[in-house]
Design a protein around this ligand. Structure first.
Ligand SMILES: *[C@@H]1O[C@H](CO)[C@@H](O)[C@H](O)[C@H]1NC(C)=O
Length: 319
């Protein structure tokens, strides 16, 4: 009897191929809007709807930062701010490369005078806090990201690169600075690129997105919000695009939609030998020589960050 294996294999390949074609064929991206959104829709994310409670308008005066670290945090998060100031956000970390650091905070639901006083003190001491008067919630992160873009476009046009990065992340600054030296200075954005993101239609999901807000079944390529790096010129372009692109409560997908509007593709940051994604959005247990060759790794407490940092200082010489 002849083997049936070739036939079975052929069928399997045929089925896989048709599924692939079917999926591609039925996946659609939004068309590029040609008109700005109605003003009552744009108002939600428009910078002119909110005012600064704390600002650092002179941070970039008389200086040209190579990189500005833009860190969304909530007000009560002073412990993670302290950890960042002592680790990857510290000043003068890399000789000859000016790196600036800024925390972005919204407003509490209810006024808390003690909190306001502490935050003002912290802002005076470190000069690294920006606060605006929108409610600081998970669903308002798109607003926060647009405020970050607008701040860069308004007050720090001299910078070369910017990075939006969450507070619970390990950032290998020396590796990043070296990596960026060979990268484009315009229309450049990199991070952990997601090319097959789709909206969740289950109303119980944390990432639920209604068809009304987003009717297509595929997202354009976007970079995970955990941490992404972009040439500073993009801040203004993304702010401009946001006038056309309807807001959705997922800030990283929203930035992807703005990039789609601008016809800019986020760049992968992969390296071979060994293969790795330099923006690691899975959690990895700390290992000195693994972390020495990543730009970010996600998911650490402040204490872990401080401990890892102390250890990693020696890594450059031993890995
Ligand atoms: C977002 O912020 C605005 C302005 O403060 C507020 O009115 C709204 O309730 C917030 N939305 C959510 C979902 O928290």
């Amino acid at each position: 009897m002849r083997s049936r294996l070739p036939k079975v294999l052929f069928l399997a390949v045929l089925i896989a191929l048709s599924l692939y074609v079917f999926e591609k064929w039925t996946s659609t991206l939004p068309s590029i809007p040609s008109h700005p959104q109605p003003s009552e829709v744009y108002r939600l994310i428009s910078p002119s709807s909110y005012k600064y409670l704390l600002n650092q308008p002179d941070l970039c005066k008389n200086r040209k930062p190579f990189l500005v670290l833009l860190i969304p945090v909530t007000g009560y998060d002073s412990e993670s701010r302290d950890a960042i100031r002592k680790t990857w956000g510290q000043e003068n970390l890399i000789p000859d490369f000016d790196i600036a650091r800024l925390f972005f905070i919204g407003q509490l639901r209810e006024r808390d005078l003690k909190f306001e006083e502490d935050l003002l003190k912290e802002s005076t001491t470190y000069g690294d806090i920006i606060q605006m008067d929108f409610l600081d919630t998970y669903h308002n992160l798109t607003i926060k990201t647009m405020m970050i873009m607008n701040w860069m476009a308004s007050y720090c046009r001299s910078a070369r690169y910017a990075m939006k990065i969450d507070a619970d992340i390990f950032l290998n600054v020396p590796y990043l600075v070296k990596y960026l030296q060979s990268k484009a200075e315009h229309n450049f954005i990199t991070g952990s690129v997601i090319t097959d993101g789709r909206p969740r239609r289950d109303p119980n999901s944390k990432w639920f997105l209604s068809k009304q807000l987003y009717s297509e079944n595929l997202f354009p390529p976007y970079v995970s919000g955990a941490g992404y790096v972009f040439s500073a010129d993009l801040a203004k372009k993304i702010s401009m695009a946001s006038k056309f692109v309807r807001p959705i409560p997922m800030e990283d997908v929203y930035v992807g939609l703005c990039l789609h509007f601008l016809n800019i593709r986020p760049q992968f940051a992969w390296k071979l030998w060994p293969y790795r994604n330099l923006f690691e959005v899975r959690h990895l247990d700390y290992d000195r020589c693994v972390f020495a060759k990543r730009i970010i790794v996600t998911g650490f407490t402040s204490t872990q960050l401080v401990n890892m940092w102390t250890d990693l200082k020696n890594a450059a010489f031993s890995c």
